[in-house]
Design a protein around this ligand. Structure first.
Ligand code: CA
Length: 417
């Protein structure tokens, strides 16, 4: 696969995250336009609501793009998704006869504000990166008990909060919570002192599964509408005190950021790659019929207030031990119904090397080895005013399938009580 040429000039270079090959879906608003669905092409957004109104894109009898979410399109199913992508390529490719009709509906990206691309139905977060799980387990429980006995058999997860999923650019308020040092008699209540990120990918479920009906890994793959970058903000000190025996609760419930553009499965198809070799054979319902991960370069930058960005982590989505379709198949295996707009966090994506660790607790090894930023400042965890940004792109031959960024700045904790 090489770069597909578009009549939108800014889409025709190796650096743009949004060439014609990509066509990611988002929800945007401008000073003149109410929130609606759009597709990114180069440095422009095609206003799909306007294109639909003019009959350039017709997916269903009733309009589906004049609303601030993609859930209606998801519900139409994968044949409609394929038809939409084919039609958009037809409209935007070099030499398209519709160019003159489509061009008036392009909005410059720098005039737009992005919103959450969908109504987040529910949010589940997994723990499916082996390097991360080993690092965290070593710090929390020691080397011998680093990986729990179930880890090589089950994609472990917990039910998170959809209510606190926010779009990239939203400020994050430092959480308050119960804290207890190991040698203290009593916990205290106050601002988290060990605030962290988790570099993850989010898979967005596009079609429903029925209550009581499991799905295969192959079916699960077909159910996924697309992928976003996801930062599972984490309060490590709250987590350490509360997590046993039911897993994280308030340590993760306060905020999860996602990037605004949903990159479709179709755009990522050339970048499919296999999960790593199994250390223990998986039960049949979790085995993959074909490669289900993607080769996506990921990085994290950190910027203190008034400072500059330092890259603190570089890794790749292919480091995961379990893929999103495996996680989705496991999620539905009990008969749990999955719905359009369900968000599945991959789990922190750390590689084997030190600079590939996708969280600060790993990068600073529990705070014992602070990292140094380009400004000279050091950090074990996040301070107020710091901005953390995730970056992601699948790199092809002379083009890339970019995710844009997923960013958030930390504001001080509220005074409570
Ligand atoms: Ca997580």
């Amino acid at each position: 696969m090489t770069l597909m040429k578009s009549w939108v000039e800014s889409a025709n270079n190796a650096q743009t995250p949004f060439p014609l090959n990509n066509l990611p879906y988002g929800v945007f608003t401008t000073n003149a336009l109410e929130a609606r669905c759009g597709v990114a092409i180069g440095d422009m957004i095609l206003d799909l609501s306007a294109a639909e109104e003019e009959g350039l894109v017709l997916l269903a009898e009733d309009p589906v793009f004049d609303v601030p979410y993609w859930n209606d399109v998801m519900e139409l199913g994968s044949e409609a998704w394929d038809a939409l992508r084919a039609r958009l390529i037809e409209l935007l490719e070099d030499g398209a006869p519709e160019q003159a009709a489509v061009a008036p509906h392009l909005v410059p990206m720098d005039e737009a504000r992005m919103e959450l691309p969908m109504v987040v139905a529910e949010y589940t977060d997994f723990y499916a990166g082996k390097h991360h799980a080993t690092n965290i387990g070593t710090m929390f429980r020691g080397t011998e008990n680093a990986l729990p006995p179930n880890w090589l058999h089950i994609p472990i997860g917990y039910n998170g909060r959809a209510s606190s999923v926010v779009v990239s650019g939203t400020d994050i308020t430092r959480p308050n919570g119960q804290l207890k040092a190991p040698d203290a008699d009593m916990p205290t209540f106050g601002p988290c002192k060990r605030l962290d990120i988790e570099l993850e990918m989010g898979a967005i479920v596009g079609t429903a599964s029925e209550l009581g009906h499991p799905v295969t890994v192959a079916q699960a793959d077909e159910m996924i509408f697309g992928y976003v970058l996801l930062n599972d903000w984490s309060a490590r000190d709250i987590q350490a005190w509360e997590y046993q025996p039911l897993g994280p609760f308030q340590a993760k419930a306060f905020a999860t950021s996602i990037s605004p553009w949903i990159v479709t499965r179709a755009a990522l198809e050339p970048f499919r790659t296999s999960t790593p070799e199994r250390e223990k054979e998986l039960l049949p319902y979790l085995q993959e019929p074909k490669p289900m991960l993607y080769d996506i370069d990921l990085s994290v930058t950190m910027k203190p207030e008034g400072g500059t960005d330092t890259t603190i982590c570089e890794t790749n989505y292919k480091e995961m031990y379990y893929s999103a379709p495996q996680q989705l198949a496991h999620h539905a295996s009990s008969g749990c119904a999955m719905t359009p707009g369900d968000l599945l966090g991959s789990g922190t994506i750390s590689g084997p090397e030190k600079h590939q660790r996708g969280s600060l607790i790993e990068l600073s090894w529990g705070g014992k080895e602070p990292i140094t930023l380009d400004t000279g400042a050091t950090r074990s965890f996040i301070e107020d005013g710091d901005t953390l940004t995730l970056h992601g792109a699948a790199k092809g031959d002379g083009y890339q399938i970019g995710f844009g960024t997923c960013t958030g700045t930390i504001k001080p904790a509220v005074k409570f009580p």
